[in-house]
Write a protein that binds this ligand. Structure first.
Ligand code: GSH
Length: 202
C-alpha cells in the first residue's frame, strides 16, 4: 500500500496534508514528490489538470486534488486527528476561519508578486484586513486550542496559516502584536514533531 503526495515545500495547503500524514504515522507508505505548480507541465496536468498542490494518490491510486478532500480521506485511515471536540460545530467553525484566512493570505501573496504596475493595493489591503479580523476572532478563542495530545484539523489549519503569514506576509501584518495568545500557542505547538518537520523553507 502506498500514498503519493505532490506538494510544494512552501505551500500551506500542502503543509496541512503533510502534518496530517505525520500525525497519522503514515510516512512509511508515503512517496512525496516536490514540485512548483507554477512551473508544472503536461506530466503534472495529467495528474491534476488544476495544476495546484497538494494532490494525493490514494492507496487505490485514486486522485484527490484538494487539501480538504485529502484530509477527509486521510481521516479514514486513522484516529490521530480526532482530538477532543473534533467535528463539533465550534471546532469546525474555527477550522473554517483558519482556512478562509489562509485562502486570503494566498490571494494577497499572489497579488504582491505581480508586476509592480499591476498590483492592486486596495485588493491586497482587503485580503490583509480580512486576515487581521479573522485572527482577532480566533485570538478570542485561543484558550480552546490544543498543544499536546490529540489535535484536530483546526490546529493543523491554524499552524499552516500562521507559518505562511511569517513566510509571505510579515511585512504587511504584524500578527503576533495583534494576537498575542495565538502567538503563544504557535510558539508552543512549534515543538510538535509534525509541525517542526514541515516548517516552510525561508
Ligand atoms: N483549495 C486548494 C488550494 C490549493 C492551492 O491554491 N495551492 C497553491 C499553492 S499554495 C497552488 O498550487 N497554486 C498554483 C496555481 O494557483 O496555479 C487546496 O485546499 O488544496
Amino acid at each position: 500500500m502506498s500514498l503519493t503526495l505532490y506538494y510544494s515545500p512552501t505551500s500551506p495547503f500542502a503543509r496541512k496534508v503533510r502534518i496530517a500524514i505525520a500525525e497519522l504515522g503514515l510516512q512509511p507508505e508515503l512517496q512525496a514528490i516536490a514540485l512548483n505548480p507554477f512551473e508544472a507541465g503536461e506530466d503534472y496536468w495529467a495528474v491534476n489538470p488544476l495544476s495546484k498542490v497538494p494532490t494525493l494518490l490514494t492507496r487505490d491510486g485514486f486522485v484527490l486534488p484538494d487539501s480538504r478532500l485529502i484530509l477527509d480521506y486521510l481521516r479514514t485511515l486513522g484516529t490521530a486527528l480526532n482530538g477532543a471536540g473534533a467535528d463539533s460545530w465550534p471546532d469546525r467553525r474555527r477550522q473554517q476561519y483558519a482556512d478562509g484566512a489562509l485562502e486570503a493570505a494566498v490571494v494577497a501573496n499572489l497579488e504582491q508578486r505581480r508586476e509592480a504596475g499591476l498590483i492592486s493595493r486596495p485588493w491586497f489591503d482587503r485580503q490583509v484586513a480580512a486576515i487581521a479580523r479573522t485572527l482577532g476572532l480566533l485570538e478570542s478563542e485561543a484558550a480552546e486550542l490544543r498543544v499536546q495530545g490529540g489535535i484536530t484539523l483546526t490546529e493543523i489549519s491554524l499552524v499552516s496559516l500562521l507559518g505562511y503569514l511569517d513566510l509571505r506576509l510579515s511585512a504587511a501584518l504584524d500578527w503576533r502584536a495583534q494576537a498575542p495568545a495565538l502567538a503563544q500557542w504557535f510558539a508552543a505547538i512549534a515543538a510538535r514533531e509534525s509541525v517542526a518537520a514541515t516548517v516552510p523553507p525561508a
